[in-house]
Design a protein around this ligand. Structure first.
Ligand SMILES: NC(=O)c1ccc[n+]([C@@H]2O[C@H](COP(=O)([O-])OP(=O)(O)OC[C@H]3O[C@@H](n4cnc5c(N)ncnc54)[C@H](O)[C@@H]3O)[C@@H](O)[C@H]2O)c1
Ligand SMILES: O=c1ccn([C@@H]2O[C@H](COP(=O)(O)OP(=O)(O)O[C@H]3O[C@H](CO)[C@@H](O)[C@H](O)[C@H]3O)[C@@H](O)[C@H]2O)c(=O)[nH]1
Length: 466
């Protein structure tokens, strides 16, 4: 079966870039990305490619090539569902904030709404593809809804989790390590799997397209994120040990990473991992494990999150301790707010939690991030509900110039590894700060010895000998 019309529900960080790349690589397929968020759709359709709702290097060029040709963005969800032979569900699946499983389980209400809308709007058989990250066995619920509310039509459910990382989304989509497709081992299931394989095979070598059963595919996505996050928590645990033993975490990472069995990637000690996925997906796996009575399994993975929370808190406490145990009324500059470089996404960014900790101690925080708006920063702090939104605006200022951000500051905390931070005129910054000028490098990207020569007191993750 050859697919000629695709619909994707959800025009976010995953739906937008993945569909843009499919449209670019498969000009014969019409791809319509739909969303209930009118502002987001307007931004995807906007003239100014610098203002797409998702900032990703190279995405503007992909969108420019395909948009209006075979890539469309719309809020008419029903029309797109009706016309498509294959529908991707790419809606948000955040951690539940209420009721049973609050703070642990994935909130599947948006996925269920999609399934119900697909069932109601469809007039012919369809392939439904889970692109969102979902708890293992969700496909069963989606199928149940479709089969029981879908006017007797036939739906094939596939799981096709996305492994792109933000900041490198286009690169990852164009040249993925693997594409994973899970489906039923029945003639109809195999036909659906093949239809999706053929789409990816337009640009991905066939040996990198893996097919499995649905449950393996759903669980592989959670497992991949758990393993990656575990590596970050593992090196962060070692960073604390380095600080008390005068070992250097970068040297330890290099030494162990040279072992091909361990590998060198994902061994950068940091202020803690952020992003919309790692914490959510591990909590989800912990919740599922507990619900099956697998408490040792749950405890094992939960420790990855505990270590990450500890790392964020430890960073904030170190700032307070170094500033003579009080930050009350002191200006502290944050360089970076995004959860990693090359993205405007701030979900679960370590910066939010470090700021919250320092604000509890009544610090004055001034933030500079090259891609994150002031509005977003205040929204992130307001979402925590720790203090009133008036107080967040009173104690936090956001500026567009890094030198202005550092003026008259007691300390700089570097929270995101943006490349531009390395090339600043650090002597100029030092001279504009209050003395002793302190610098806390939460990403270990700055030339620490040079900064020390300028006069900075430097503190970095997993390094006690600066
Ligand atoms: N962000 C990533 O890097 C990443 C990577 C891999 C997988 N994922 C997974 O992909 C999924 C989507 O993540 P995201 O970051 O793109 O989320 P997002 O919040 O950026 O986008 C989701 C979009 O879905 C829309 N939506 C929700 N319900 C809808 C409905 N019923 N009809 C139409 N639109 C609806 C929302 O308005 C929103 O624009 C999640 O399950 C996530 O875990 C994310
Ligand atoms: O050595 C490292 C590597 C990463 N991080 C941090 O870990 C977080 C996550 O980084 P990364 O994984 O690069 O970005 P994400 O966009 O969150 O991507 C992850 O989450 C996605 C959503 O599920 C998956 O698709 C990707 O495969 C997976 O890498 C960020 O805060 C990074 O700064 C470190 O601190 N040290």
């Amino acid at each position: 079966m050859k697919v000629s019309k695709i619909c994707c529900i959800g025009a976010g960080y995953v739906g937008g870039p993945t569909m843009a790349v499919i449209a670019q690589k498969c000009p014969e397929i019409t791809v319509t990305v739909v969303d209930i968020n009118q502002a987001r759709i307007d931004a995807w359709n906007g003239e100014d490619l610098d203002k797409l709702p998702v900032y990703e290097p190279g995405l503007d060029r992909v969108v420019a090539e395909a948009r209006g040709r075979n890539l469309f963005f719309s809020t008419d969800v029903n029309k797109a569902i009706k016309e498509a032979e294959m529908i991707f569900i790419s809606v948000n699946t955040p951690t539940k904030t209420y009721g049973e499983g609050k703070g642990m389980a994935a909130d599947l209400k948006w996925v269920e709404l999609c399934a119900r809308q697909i069932a109601a709007a469809s007039e012919k058989n369809k392939i439904v593809v889970e692109k969102s990250t979902l708890p293992v066995r969700t496909a069963q619920a989606v199928k149940d809804i479709l089969d029981n509310t879908g006017n007797g039509l036939k739906f094939q459910i596939l799981s096709n989790p996305e492994f792109l990382a933000e900041g490198t989304a286009v690169e990852d989509l164009l040249d993925p390590d693997r594409v994973l497709i899970g489906g039923d081992d029945t003639p109809e299931g195999r036909e659906a799997i093949n239809a999706l394989v053929e789409i990816y095979a337009s640009w991905v070598p066939k040996d990198r397209i893996l097919t499995t059963n649905v449950w393996s595919s759903e669980l592989s996505k959670l497992t991949a994120n758990a393993f990656l996050a575990q590596r970050v928590s593992s090196i962060n645990a070692i960073s604390e040990l380095c600080e008390v033993t005068e070992a250097d975490v970068s040297e330890v990472a290099r030494a162990i990473g040279a072992d091909s069995r361990i590998g060198s990637k994902f061994l950068k000690a940091s202020v803690g991992f952020g992003g919309s996925c790692f914490q959510k997906d591990i909590l989800n796996m912990v919740y599922i494990s507990r619900s099956y009575g697998l408490h040792e399994v749950a405890d094992y993975w939960e420790q990855v999150i505990k270590m990450n929370d500890h790392q964020k808190a430890r960073f904030a406490k170190n700032i307070i301790r170094s500033l003579y145990n009080t930050v009350n009324g002191k200006k502290i500059t944050f360089l970076g707010w995004a959860f990693k470089k090359d993205t405007n996404d701030t979900r679960e960014s370590a910066a939010i939690y470090v700021a919250d900790h320092l604000l509890n101690e009544q610090a004055q925080i001034c933030v500079y991030d090259p891609k994150v708006s002031a509005e977003k920063i205040y929204a992130d702090l307001d979402y925590l509900n720790t203090r009133s939104s008036e107080d967040n605006r009173k104690y936090v200022t956001v500026v567009n110039d890094p030198y202005e951000a550092c003026l008259d500051s007691h300390a700089i905390a570097l929270l995101t590894e943006w490349d531009e931070f390395v090339s600043y005129d650090w002597s100029k910054i030092y001279n504009a700060m209050l003395q002793p000028a302190q610098l806390f490098d939460g990403r270990n990207i700055l030339p620490h010895q040079d900064l020390k020569k300028i006069g900075f007191r430097v503190s970095a993750i997993g390094k006690s000998n600066i």
